[in-house]
Unconditional design. Sequence first.
Length: 256
Amino acid sequence: MTHPPVKLSARLASRINIMAHLDISERRAPQDGRIRIRLTSNRTIDVRVNSLPILWGEKIVLRLLDPLHTNFDPNSLGMLTAQKEQYLNALQKPQGLILVTGPTGSGKSLTLYTGLNALNESSKNISTLEDPVEITLEGVNQLAINSKAGVSFPSALRAILRQDPDIIMLGEIRDLETAEIALRAAQTGHLVLTTLHTLSAAASLNRLKSMGIPNYNLANTITLIIAQRLARKLCDYCKETVEISEKIPIEQGFTG
């Protein structure tokens, strides 16, 4: 790993901001950007950039997204067979709301993208509204939120509904207005997929009710709620067989 000298930090930060199309003169507000790096003629890596002004300067975090390593196979989601079939069956319904919930970084977006990929046919008009667009899908109309240009979740969702969509993916329900429009779309012949940052399926219902959505709307609209977590998995390439003593499983809470 390369460690550039500290004296280059400001110049390096400015260069990253330029590549991510961020405002290099902005030193007071957080910014989000995106860099696309072409490694070969047929391979591109997305780099998500988040810049945060702190007391001693600028903190930048880079998130690498490699489409080549993205697997849209439903079998790779880690669901039980019955759970996977429930998800795929819900995707075949012409209308309704599918909610995927879980903490940040639990794979909610990948679950939605896997569902969209299964539905992606030339005969279907699929639109997504994201902040930002994480993975590009060929044949899908993907729109990114742009607050500077006045493109918010509610306004963009209204615009998408005028495009006669069959399926809508909403990156996240953040407020009452967005929730109301999404539910209305799901009740009027559209299949809507979206996420919530809650810790359980029951908490998702409570969150929507706390926003002001009445119970009867939820009961008539929601077709499936998926609450998920990421489970740790041993690396297929570097895992090794290790003999452990009998006391170690007991210390980890395993009995019998």
